[in-house]
Design a protein around this ligand. Structure first.
Ligand code: THU
Length: 130
């Protein structure tokens, strides 16, 4: 199993960011999920002319991992061209919380990096009582 460090993961997230389909906002986001099995899944934001159908990079990466049968998430890396490290939207925070309290690395293109975790991004997350 190859284990990539945060710098390498941020580089991969930047490559994903460049694949964003964002003709409306022109705001590109890249994401990388690392699973507990050491696999990586990438995502970029994908917009639509019916704006509400747009999906964020974080959710593309997470859903891609889930669809591959990888439900144990170790880490999520997110990159965008923001002044401060990019801060994930509320919908993505809720989706993250579905899959555990994993580490989240937020970065911008200037090399500013913030390390946080899902429960800090979304305290008191909604969960169905079962
Ligand atoms: N976006 C993401 O990909 N992730 C976020 O956490 C926030 C927003 C995308 C959605 C849309 O394509 C663009 O950024 C502007 O909102």
């Amino acid at each position: 199993m190859i284990s990539l460090n945060n710098e390498e993961l941020i580089r991969i997230a930047k490559e994903s960011m460049n694949k964003a389909y964002a003709p409306y906002s022109e705001f590109r986001v890249g994401a990388v999920v690392v699973t507990k099995n050491g696999k990586i899944f990438t995502g970029c934001n994908i917009e639509n002319s019916s704006y509400g159908l747009t999906i964020c990079a974080e959710r593309v990466a997470i859903f891609s991992a889930i669809a591959a049968g990888e439900t144990q998430i170790e880490k999520l890396v997110v990159v965008a061209d923001t002044i401060e490290p990019v801060s994930p939207c509320g919908a993505c925070r809720q989706v993250m919380s579905e899959f555990g309290d994993f580490e989240v690395i937020l970065a911008n293109l200037q090399g500013k990096v913030t390390t946080t975790k899902v429960s800090d991004l979304l305290p008191h997350a909604f969960r169905m009582k079962r």
